[in-house]
Structure formats: structure tokens, C-alpha cells
Ligand binder design. Sequence first.
Ligand SMILES: [Zn+2]
Length: 196
Amino acid sequence: MEKEKIIAALRESGAMLEGHFLLSSGRHADRYFQCAKLFQYPDRAAAALAPLADRIRRDMQSRRLTLCAVAGPALGGIIAAYELGRQLGLPAFFTERDPSGNMALRRGFEAPAGSILIAEDVITTAKSSCETAAVLEKLGARVAALACVVDRRAAGITLDWPVYAACALDAPSWAPEDCPFCARNIPWIKPGSRNQ
Ligand SMILES: [Zn+2]
């Protein structure tokens, strides 16, 4: 039920696009989730993340999970981290790429000495989340879990942490050389670029 509600909220917000897309992970896909379109409505963002926050809170209450902060990789993770932090009563901060393209903790943020939750909008390969985890662990934090709105990981992509997803989807993505749309010479769109 929760999953259907999230999909409906994504669709109603224009956050679920269908076509031929180049994802930020470098993979191609027939669906793209532009969660910023959902997050532009604070009430919908709060509603979409509430069931996720409830699950995380329950695990914290039963001591299965201990958290002292939420961190999200910019840009996609900023609002997800903020909103989860707000609902869970935890501080939220973000990592971002430095001028050379490496994930970094900037703006005077400090990595907490405890366990953190990494929050994302969409996980495809979890590359940004893994980079964020590496940065924060190097600075002394411990990553306890990962949370996202949409988990569209392909089968076989496993992570070192439990993943809390508002919506886990079997939304296929392909390496460019295996993409059925590229095979038919259909041009791809890189969402986030011009007019997208
Ligand atoms: Zn393609």
C-alpha cells in the first residue's frame, strides 16, 4: 500500500518520467525519477517520507538502529536528509562534490562521532551514497543504514548497510552497450539538463 501511494505521489508530481534516459550513474533506463518535482511540495515530501521515518523510528525504539544524524549527498539527498531529520528529530547535513569532483564534507559541517543514516532520493547503483559513506567514515562517523525514496537497484547490487526504501521498484536500467533503446538508435535524454 505504501509503495502504491508513493508511486501515485511521484506520478501526480510529474516526478516519474518515461522515455529513454541517461542516469547520473551512467546507466540507461526507461524511467527516471525526478524527486525534486515531488519535493517541491513540502506537504507531499513530508507525506512520502513519513512511513519511512516511522519504520526507522520503530527500529530506533527497539534498539535495532542507533542514529545521531542524517547525511545526504547533494543535490538529491539534501531534501531527503532534511525531511527525515525533521521527522526523526535528528540533525541533517549534506556532502557535496568539491571542484575536482570528489565527494567531500564542506561548509564547516563536522562528521558526528556516532552512527548516521545516509539519505538519498533515488538509489540506482548507490554510488553517491557509498562515496558519502566513505568520506564520513574516514572522518570518524559510522554508517548504520541507508534510506531513499526510490530504490531501483538492479538485482545483484548489494550494499554493506540495511536499506530503508519508501518504494522499492523493479525499474530496469542497462549499461549503454546493453540498452534496447540505443540498439534502436533512439536518442537519450539526460534529465536535469536543458528543459528537463
Ligand atoms: Zn540507451
